[in-house]
Design a protein around this ligand. Structure first.
Ligand code: SF4
Ligand code: SF4
Length: 190
């Protein structure tokens, strides 16, 4: 975890917290820090700040630090945190709002995360769903670690957890329209 300069972070963070709360519809003060969101988050192990910590940082006014974090780009928007929150808060929406504010402030995902996202979306665009084996091979090649997951592949294949060829869904034209619309929205916002 990175050290935080409290004085400057607090001064800059106040407006940002208000924007994130408005955009997400989540009152971060209502979080009582039980940690159920972090316990269920499938990518918390790789985050610099867990969802619970992100909520706490926003309560403290440390929004500037959250938009510089890796956590917001690693969030897969699976919504497990939102489903499990006993206060009916939606940390997933908070993560999304933070990503939007991060982009506005000129921050981007680091190269590793951006590469993964790009490979993931390309797989969904061509198959209508993610093709895991293709995603892993593509990502490992792009990040120059071609043998990284080679050791687990045989047992996953044997157990039917990994397929050698993609299965394409019907109605890929709908998916393609979604991608086209998203690309247009992105271009219009530049
Ligand atoms: S599950 Fe809800 S109340 Fe508990 S720490 Fe996460 S956001 Fe806060
Ligand atoms: S939505 Fe994001 S933060 Fe919430 S559990 Fe899923 S990956 Fe974790």
């Amino acid at each position: 975890m990175q050290p935080i300069n409290l004085t400057s972070a607090l001064a800059a963070g106040k407006d940002l917290v208000a924007k994130v709360q408005t955009a997400s519809g989540v009152d971060v003060k209502a979080c009582y820090q039980c940690g159920k969101c972090s316990a269920g988050c499938p990518v918390a192990f790789a985050m610099d700040y867990t969802p619970r910590q992100v909520m706490r940082m926003l309560q403290l006014g440390l929004a500037e630090e959250t938009i510089k974090s890796r956590a917001i780009w690693l969030c897969a928007q699976c919504e497990t945190c939102s489903a499990r929150c006993p206060r009916s808060l939606e940390p997933a929406k908070v993560m999304e709002a933070l990503r939007i504010e991060a982009k506005r402030a000129g921050f981007e995902a680091d190269d590793e995360i951006a590469t993964f996202n790009e490979k993931f979306l390309r797989s969904v665009a061509s198959n209508g769903r993610v093709f895991e084996a293709g995603l892993i091979v593509g990502y490992n090649m792009a990040t120059v670690q071609p043998l990284k997951d080679a050791g687990v592949a045989p047992s996953m294949l044997a157990k039917g957890k990994l397929k050698l060829f993609p299965s394409k869904i019907r109605g890929r034209d709908v998916i393609n329209r979604m991608f086209t619309k998203a690309e247009k929205m992105e271009a219009d916002n530049k």
